[in-house]
Design a protein around this ligand. Structure first.
Ligand SMILES: *[C@@H]1O[C@H](CO)[C@@H](O)[C@H](O)[C@H]1NC(C)=O
Ligand SMILES: *[C@@H]1O[C@H](CO)[C@@H](O)[C@H](O)[C@H]1NC(C)=O
Ligand SMILES: *[C@@H]1O[C@H](CO)[C@@H](O)[C@H](O)[C@H]1NC(C)=O
Ligand SMILES: *[C@@H]1O[C@H](CO)[C@@H](O)[C@H](O)[C@H]1NC(C)=O
Ligand SMILES: *[C@@H]1O[C@H](CO)[C@@H](O)[C@H](O)[C@H]1NC(C)=O
Ligand SMILES: *[C@@H]1O[C@H](CO)[C@@H](O)[C@H](O)[C@H]1NC(C)=O
Ligand SMILES: *[C@@H]1O[C@H](CO)[C@@H](O)[C@H](O)[C@H]1NC(C)=O
Ligand SMILES: *[C@@H]1O[C@H](CO)[C@@H](O)[C@H](O)[C@H]1NC(C)=O
Ligand SMILES: *[C@@H]1O[C@H](CO)[C@@H](O)[C@H](O)[C@H]1NC(C)=O
Ligand SMILES: *[C@@H]1O[C@H](CO)[C@@H](O)[C@H](O)[C@H]1NC(C)=O
Length: 354
């Protein structure tokens, strides 16, 4: 039985800052007002069984190669520089994440399950290959990597030889980490610097393996935290992910930061997506949008095309189109009036329904 072992709190806190905390986001909404919305998981549940193959609709490989076998998704490090990683193509906003994983062995090898938001909120499970008997739980809020008592290690009964159920239950009030159904750690909102360090913005799931113990790739503290120097000759080192299950408490097609605070209360949920099947009047060549023009021409075109995007507004205009300040959003005038975000140079149909 896995047991909560507060005694397993290692004297590594000063090093925990070197753990997986991401320090980079392609667009951080707390420092940038022009970030685009996140694609959301619009269903309330999602699950995948990687022992039956990959799921390229919901996952994107961001580094390396992953093989899918009857053992699951295999993430292997064979040589320096390998760090195979996949991440979801969508974000979810509070809920549960259940991952069945068999961590990789190998001193200095880190297997990880990471939830990461655009403003660098993070919830982690990390498995150090040199320590088959424990798993680290960790969290970060808004990229604050100041290290105190965030990383906590728990015992896992067996280890790299069998997979275990690592589940995170993430609500506005608390985060609970479960190992094989046993609650091991709970972080209350107020205990994370009165919420300031509490992960609370839409998260993407990242699964990957990396060589934290390669001194040529990492700082000394990271290598120490990872358990020491990697010896690639002992490899290959493989992490197996059998399955992933997500419950999204706030299903929506898009999540938008309403301001720069990074608070959950400011996240706007969007759900209106159109699939505009073009027929009849078709607007083509809307490149004017790039120039910030506020009007364009509507012409009948013989070609047909489908366009899809997020409806962000509607208008009663019956002709012409207006281009919103974003440059990519069109207000289409017709019997059905749509403002479609994310389209450029594509053809829009007039018969679409919002
Ligand atoms: C803000 O985001 C835009 C779009 O992603 C990017 O081009 C710009 O460099 C960012 N600015 C800052 C200060 O991060
Ligand atoms: C998938 O990952 C690649 C490589 O990092 C990136 O260029 C691409 O934009 C990603 N696609 C999605 C849908 O996230
Ligand atoms: C992935 O595997 C293919 C075929 O084995 C190989 O050609 C390619 O270089 C690999 N890519 C990476 C990023 O390792
Ligand atoms: C970062 O977190 C630490 C506590 O872990 C806190 O003392 C500090 O004020 C936080 N910094 C910011 C900018 O919130
Ligand atoms: C690791 O797993 C092996 C095989 O299941 C078992 O014999 C061993 O006791 C486990 N070690 C720990 C530290 O749990
Ligand atoms: C995994 O653990 C979670 C949390 O305890 C539990 O709800 C879930 O049913 C478990 N999954 C399986 C397959 O046992
Ligand atoms: C978005 O639509 C899904 C079903 O398609 C629904 O479950 C969800 O509650 C909707 N979200 C919002 C914010 O309306
Ligand atoms: C465009 O198509 C519509 C419907 O097919 C038709 O009523 C209209 O006369 C056409 N306009 C032009 C300028 O061809
Ligand atoms: C855009 O077109 C509409 C309808 O043709 C017209 O009423 C409006 O004045 C035009 N706006 C601009 C800024 O040219
Ligand atoms: C447009 O969408 C419709 C309905 O989804 C589909 O039947 C049709 O084949 C699509 N047309 C094109 C050109 O993709």
């Amino acid at each position: 039985m896995p047991s909560p072992t507060t005694s397993a709190l290692l004297a590594l806190f000063s090093l925990a800052v070197y753990a997986s905390a991401q320090t980079y986001s392609t667009c951080n909404p707390t420092i940038n007002t022009t970030c685009s919305s996140d694609a959301g998981l619009s269903s309330s549940t999602y699950s995948v069984d990687f022992t039956t193959g990959s799921d390229d609709t919901n996952w994107n490989t961001t580094s390396g190669n992953i093989s899918y076998t009857s053992s699951g998704a295999e993430f292997t490090i064979t040589q320096q520089g390998d760090s195979p990683t996949i991440q979801t193509t969508w974000y979810f906003f509070f809920g549960t994440l259940e991952v069945h994983i068999r961590a990789a062995p190998g001193i200095g090898i880190v297997s990880s399950i990471v939830l990461e938001s655009d403003d660098l909120d993070e919830i982690d499970w990390e498995f150090l290959g040199g320590n088959s008997a424990s798993v680290e739980t960790n969290y970060f809020g808004k990229g604050n990597t100041t290290s105190y008592d965030r990383a906590v290690y728990y015992a896992v009964d067996d280890n790299q030889s069998t997979s275990h159920n690592y589940t995170v239950d993430w609500t506005t009030e608390s985060i609970t980490w479960y190992i094989d159904g046993v609650s091991t750690r709970t972080l209350a909102y107020e205990d994370a610097l009165n919420g300031a360090n509490f992960p609370q913005t839409p998260m993407r799931i990242q699964l990957g393996i990396w060589a934290g113990g390669d001194p040529e790739l990492n700082a000394e503290g990271t290598v120490e935290w990872a358990g020491g120097d990697v010896n690639y000759d002992d490899g290959p080192f493989t992490m197996y992910v059998e399955s992933v299950k997500v419950t999204n408490f706030n299903p929506a097609k898009s999540y938008t930061y309403g301001d720069q605070a990074g608070d959950y209360s400011s996240i706007e949920l969007g759900n209106n997506t159109v699939s505009a099947s073009a027929s009849g009047n078709v607007q083509t060549g809307i490149g004017n949008a790039d120039n910030g023009d506020t009007n364009g021409t509507v012409a009948n075109a013989s070609s047909t095309a489908n366009a899809s995007g997020t409806v962000v507004a509607q208008t009663t205009a019956t002709s012409g189109f207006t281009v919103s300040s974003g440059g990519y959003s069109l207000i289409w005038g017709s019997s059905a009036t749509l403002m479609v975000q994310g389209l450029r140079g594509a053809a829009c149909g007039l018969n679409a329904e919002a």
